[in-house]
Design a protein around this ligand. Structure first.
Ligand code: SAJ
Length: 477
């Protein structure tokens, strides 16, 4: 351990004052939990005074959460922390100098989903703010999901050049990736194990001290900063891989004329005694802001850190990127199921009227980041169809009118397509839908296995379902 850094910690004493940069769905619960930690004294929530988010400072200092949706426990804890003077939100980044530790929880979304490159701009701007107010003996932690190599590389360089201080000598630097899910932010931070990786042993130890203040059932798992970055990107890469595996199986079952859900039940039955088959659920595609990009963070990391040392089958595509391609194919497959269904009733896509149910990327959620429904809608429009979109949770989406009346969207439609697994769609009544759609043989394409195929087939529908090879070529009633 670097003696100078350890002596700086000793001079400062235990961590007392913490700053969290980025008052979003990761930073706010983190700051609130630090503010409730008995061993800590004061927490600043730093939020740049931007037109889109500057309003959060005032709301937070009134004890009001700017986060949408239910977050159990968050707002009362926030209000109490403000009332006790243990938390304050501010746009004055000079207060960073008063902190013993600063964490950065700033998103790194795709700059342009087409080129699959993350936008590190806001994160690097935050790092610049920290660098300008960095003091000896401080701890800096990146919580954002980043490409492996970012903490020891660009982040370290940015902080050193802005501060004139040296990482590992004058200040500690670590990566502790967030693992929160909207709707369970407080619980996730307290109960999930926390990966903590420093650029050196002293930095790791100081970061472990910080996170032990907020963990309840979760344990700290210490490692190097780059291993921590690889862990976060790999845990999402592996989930994407598992989903791709069952999506491919669904396509195979459709081709073989069998029911993928029977096969899934069979495969899933082989468990216990250390035998595991993590078979997930096939569906209309994979969206969101985690699985759609973290694979590419991992791939960029190995290219940047070890391309010359990587021993991998020559001219073979990465299994992980292939999984991304399979998952991104599913919306196209849904489009193929629609055109197959239309062909069954002697229609083409041109002029067809499509009712798209479920815009969100996740069932029973209003989160519409990178939704698989979007490439599907684009394909329908490109083929000359008209598309009306229903979603009970998504308020609005740039460039896409989201309707909240199911009847209106279904009226006079040739095909109804279930994209997100919202519970409301489990109750779709074939008789009522047929009357609303006004077709002799309406089409239903089920992307989330929500409806009973036989009920719709009996009502005269053309049924198509992901993985339902046993029903997709049924006779028309
Ligand atoms: N999906 C499937 N089949 C499945 C599971 C998901 O098609 O069996 C689709 C969903 O419809 C969605 C996408 O994949 O479009 C992503 O779903 P998700 O459940 O993985 O939700 P995310 O993207 O919010 O993933 C988050 C991640 N959590 C964090 O990054 C902290 C992920 O690591 C978690 O595993 C996941 O939540 C979770 O388990 O809830």
């Amino acid at each position: 351990m670097s003696s100078s850094l350890v002596s700086l910690f000793e001079r400062r004493g235990p961590l007392r004052r913490v700053g969290v940069i980025g008052m979003g769905y990761v930073g706010i619960p983190a700051a609130v939990l630090f503010a409730h930690a008995p061993g800590l004294k004061h927490v600043y929530g730093f939020q740049r005074a931007s037109t889109s988010s500057g309003y959060k400072v005032g709301m937070l200092n009134r004890g009001e959460s700017p986060l949408k949706g239910e977050e159990p426990g968050l707002e009362p804890m926030l209000a109490e922390a403000v009332e006790k003077g243990r938390f304050e939100a501010t746009s004055d980044f000079s207060q960073i100098a008063a902190c013993d530790a600063v964490t950065l929880a700033i998103q790194t979304p795709f700059a342009d989903p087409k080129d699959l490159l993350p936008d590190f701009g806001p994160l690097f701007e935050g790092l610049g703010q920290v660098g300008r107010h960095l003091e000896p003996g401080m701890l800096v932690v990146l919580e954002s999901t980043v490409t492996p190599g970012t903490t020891v590389g660009p982040a370290r360089e940015l902080l050193e050049s802005a501060s004139g201080l040296k990482a590992g000598v004058d200040f500690a630097l670590a990566h502790a990736p967030e693992r929160v899910m909207v709707g369970r932010l407080i619980r996730n931070i307290r109960e999930h194990d926390r990966i903590v990786g420093g650029i050196d042993a002293a930095s790791t130890a100081r970061a472990v001290e910080l996170y032990e203040h907020v963990l309840t059932t979760g344990q700290v798992i210490p490692m190097t900063a780059t291993a921590a970055e690889a862990t976060k990107t790999a845990e999402n890469t592996f989930r994407d891989l598992q989903i791709a595996a069952v999506n491919q199986l669904a396509l195979y079952c459709e081709a073989m004329g069998i029911n993928v859900y029977d096969v899934r039940t069979g495969v899933d039955s082989l468990k216990g005694e250390g035998i595991t088959r993590a078979i997930l659920w096939p569906g209309a595609g994979v969206g969101g802001h985690c699985l759609t990009k973290d694979t590419y963070h991992l791939e960029r990391g190995v290219q940047q850190l070890g391309a010359d040392r990587l021993d991998f089958p020559p001219d073979l595509m990465s299994l992980y990127v292939m999984a991304r391609r399979v998952n991104d194919f599913m919306p196209q497959h849904m489009a193929h199921l629609v055109t197959d269904g239309l062909a069954r009733v002697g229609k083409g896509l041109d002029g067809a009227r499509i009712a798209l149910l479920g815009w969100a990327f996740l069932g029973d959620s209003d989160d519409a980041r990178n939704p698989p429904s979007e490439p599907f809608r684009d394909a329908m429009l490109a083929g000359g169809a008209t598309v009306r979109v229903h979603d009970p949770h998504v308020e609005q989406y740039p460039g896409v009118p989201i309707e909240h009346s199911l009847e209106a969207v279904l009226e006079d439609a040739d095909a109804v397509v279930v994209f997100a697994g919202h519970a409301q769609y489990r109750g779709l009544d074939p008789r009522r839908l047929r009357a609303l759609m006004g077709r002799e043989h309406p089409i239903i394409v089920d992307g989330r296995n929500l409806v009973n195929p036989d009920a719709f087939i009996a009502e005269g529908f053309v049924y198509k379902g992901i993985g339902r090879g046993d029903r997709n070529r049924h006779t028309l009633r």
